[in-house]
Design a protein around this ligand. Structure first.
Ligand SMILES: NC(=O)c1ccc[n+]([C@@H]2O[C@H](COP(=O)([O-])OP(=O)(O)OC[C@H]3O[C@@H](n4cnc5c(N)ncnc54)[C@H](O)[C@@H]3O)[C@@H](O)[C@H]2O)c1
Length: 169
């Protein structure tokens, strides 16, 4: 599939998995929007490989909406979302001497789970990108009300579209 010139959004792309993914997508010729709280590191990545940096907390719905609006205004509705967002505090879940703090666990869920959900949900409600090689219907419509062709292909392959971390519309 030709992806050059298409728009991809990478969450937590200022470091680690996200930064490596953003760089790789840029090398494929894609316009990459990075969403992360770490502005200094995020701008290093975009200065080096191009793209747009947006400072936002993925666990905050307003931040997510703002970031997606900005990203889509600069490029266009995104074709790919890669959720690399995640925190993993170095605290054992089980220990003989102390409990894992509940607020730390809740915070992990907020970023890793709620953040991923907010991004995927907002991404799925974008106006669909106009490309000749993929459907003109919004991704969410395709899932909720598959066309006759979609239904036939799902039956043939017995594959049901899932909302994954790398979601294509
Ligand atoms: N690196 C690995 O090999 C690996 C393997 C398996 C799983 N993971 C998991 O993947 C996730 C990312 O790993 P990594 O190594 O890339 O981590 P990392 O620490 O290098 O990068 C995480 C990025 O997330 C950003 N971030 C944190 N909270 C945020 C928030 N609320 N909103 C926006 N940005 C936020 C940070 O600023 C940072 O840039 C973690 O949950 C980790 O446990 C990593």
């Amino acid at each position: 599939m030709e992806v050059s010139g298409a728009h991809a959004i990478v969450t937590c792309g200022a470091s680690g998995l996200g930064a490596a993914t953003a760089r790789w997508l840029s090398r494929q010729g894609m316009n990459v929007s990075i969403v992360d709280v770490d502005e200094a590191s995020g701008r290093l990545v975009t200065n080096e490989s191009g793209g747009l940096f947006l400072k936002a907390f993925v666990r905050d719905a307003e931040d997510v909406n703002w970031a997606l609006d900005e990203a889509c205004a600069k490029y266009r509705p995104a074709y790919i979302l890669v959720n690399c967002g995640g925190v993993a505090p170095n605290i054992p879940m089980f220990g003989a001497h102390r409990l894992h703090p509940a607020d730390v666990f809740r915070s992990i869920l907020e970023t890793n789970l709620v953040g991923t959900f907010l991004m995927a949900s907002r991404f799925a409600t974008q106006r669909p990108a106009r490309r000749p090689d993929f459907p003109s219907k919004a991704w969410s419509e395709c899932w909720l009300r598959p066309s006759g062709e979609d239904r036939r292909s799902q039956r043939a392959t017995r594959v049901r579209p899932l909302c994954t971390s790398a979601t294509k519309i």
